[in-house]
Write a protein that binds this ligand. Structure first.
Ligand SMILES: C[S@@+](CC[C@H](N)C(=O)[O-])C[C@H]1O[C@@H](n2cnc3c(N)ncnc32)[C@H](O)[C@@H]1O
Length: 239
């Protein structure tokens, strides 16, 4: 069951309005670098990357368990060129791609080893022989959750038809390797507050490398995320 921020229609819509996504530029560049013609964006949420890839003529499938987020995705430019699937790794069965992406730290939503292993195994099976799996995770040693408080995360969102929404993140529990937090949204129009709780798993670089190796995925390289330099590991793996 995806978190409310992705699955609740009002929140999925509002969350999509947050600022531009400089983090996606390297993924767009890698699609060209690896000559990927067919791309699956797993955990695509509201389809920002999927639509940008489709605009470049790529054959794109966007998969996410949050149907409400896909409804937002379908209204974007170039969305009609993307195949949208409500679901998760199981929907990869029978699919083939040159590149599978999991952007925006999707890899951290898999809190159990079973879910994570099943996901990367399904990715491996869906990759063409020269294909690549690309995803990033936050380095647990950098303790990103230290910034997950109102003071450091507050944003004011102007939502067409809804008005001003105040939004921030509150840290709830740090029980390494799990961190639980919630997004808070206050709608000024009617004073209503909506919240969405999430738990993420923080795996170390070596833990991720080990799980990939057990799935017969070789780590080609681990890059830095240019917009979050030194904070994240961008894994590029191939069968
Ligand atoms: C932090 S968002 C990142 C979304 C998107 N990739 C981006 O960069 O904006 C995490 C996404 O993972 C999705 N998700 C949750 N559980 C999942 C699963 N088991 N398989 C694939 N995606 C999942 C959520 O619905 C959500 O859209």
């Amino acid at each position: 069951m995806p978190d409310a921020i992705f699955a609740e229609p009002r929140l999925a819509e509002i969350y999509d309005l947050l600022p531009d996504r400089p983090d996606l530029a390297p993924d767009l560049a890698m699609a060209d670098e690896f000559n990927a013609r067919s791309i699956i964006d797993l955990g695509c949420r509201t389809g920002v990357l999927a639509c940008r890839l489709a605009a470049r003529g790529k054959e794109v499938v966007g998969i996410d368990p949050a149907a409400a987020s896909l409804e937002v995705a379908k209204r974007k430019a170039y969305a009609d060129r993307v195949r949208w699937i409500v679901g998760a790794a199981a929907q990869l069965q029978g699919a083939r791609a040159d590149l599978i992406t999991m952007t925006g730290n999707v890899a951290q939503v898999f809190v159990t080893d079973e879910e994570w292993m099943a996901t990367i195994r399904a990715c491996r099976e869906a990759l063409n022989p020269n294909g690549r799996l690309v995803f990033e995770v936050r380095d647990p040693a950098k303790e990103a959750w230290e910034g997950w408080n109102r003071e450091r995360s507050y944003q004011m969102i102007e939502a067409p038809g809804t008005g001003t929404v105040d939004s921030w993140v509150e840290l709830m529990r740090v029980q390494p390797p799990l961190v639980t937090f919630r997004h808070v949204f206050v709608f000024r129009e009617d004073g209503r507050t909506m919240t969405s709780e999430s738990t993420l798993r923080f795996r170390t670089r070596s833990e991720i490398a080990d799980t990939l190796s057990r799935t017969h995925l070789a780590v080609e390289s681990v890059r830095d995320a240019p917009d979050r330099s030194g904070l994240e590991f961008v894994f590029i793996a191939h069968p």
